[in-house]
Design a protein around this ligand. Sequence first.
Ligand SMILES: *Cc1c(COP(=O)(O)O)cnc(C)c1O
Length: 375
Amino acid sequence: MDSLDAFTTDALDRLEAQALRRRLTSTERCGGAEVIRGGRRLISFSCNDYLGLAHDPRVKAAAIAAVERYGAGGAASRLVTGDYPLIEALEARLAAHKGKAAALVFGSGYLANIAIPPALTKAGDLILVDDLSHACILAGAKLSDARTLRFRHNDVRHLASLLEAERPAARRCLIVTERVFSMDGDRAPMTALASLAHDHDAWLMVDDAHGLGVIQGDASPALEMGTLSKSLGSYGGYLAASEPVIEYLKSRARSFVYTTALPPASAGAALAALDILEREPERRSRPLMLAQRFARAAGLPPAESSIVPLIVGEAERALKLSAELDADGFLVVAIRPPTVPPGRARLRFTFSAAHAEADVDRLAVSVARLLEPAG
Ligand SMILES: *Cc1c(COP(=O)(O)O)cnc(C)c1O
């Protein structure tokens, strides 16, 4: 065996031994909350399609119409010939939805997050990120030469002490957090963070990947980043901000400048989904309502968003519980390190407007039974 295959085979064996090896499972989403896996029909509580829009006939029709008119691909970067009219319309709608002057669409949320921090900060600057931030936020901070420190999760006092100690020596300062934390479902104290940012002349950026359309924003930070691939049921990322910020990023965000425009189908679908989201408030209140109903019935702490974690500790236990729920007809994927910290493996339940109350109630019964002490 050559040294490359020897290295990877060995590393895979070690991951396997720790129950940390990842495997792909072919999954067919059928609309509603149903999926087909391994020939079996399951109700998924693991999708991020919170408003059930990925299969909405209006969203699919808009994607098809966009392909018919603008083609299957963007053909070049936005700055060359990829700036087709639909994508500009989408940016205007996103800006309006977020109450900002402008918006910029990226190829994905990941691409937005790896571009924004290094475009706005350099050596001599300071980035402060919540400790439980998504991997792509941490990757974005790493791509900047700014000094980066992590503050304890949702700990406003810790952030304040870091600002007091470190802010004076830094030229510029960026604070990054998530409105709804992707693996914990809890919310950032946005009002307190916004006031700290204001007091220390720091720029506050929020990642709204899991909040858009489901959780009302309670403060409006300077930088509102998010994704088109969760509640909007499409694909792509965005930043909503002031006119100068957006104009600057068009020249300086590397994963915007040096990548092909978002495909027309994705832009068309996201536009249609935004229409529905703004016109159907009852759809938007459903995911949180169902998450709260589930948490109550399963005896878990109250849900703050459409995400409910059940932290079980070891990766093996999370995999075993996931398999038991699968046997009951539910798809609830186990989340293991390094997506979550070591010893914090969990089941992560997500709720969607597409779920029926009866399915949520059956899930709660299954979960409560699994959690009963043996014997
Ligand atoms: C999913 C996610 C992203 C990445 O968005 P994509 O559009 O899927 O690349 C970024 N941040 C958070 C918090 C996420 O959960």
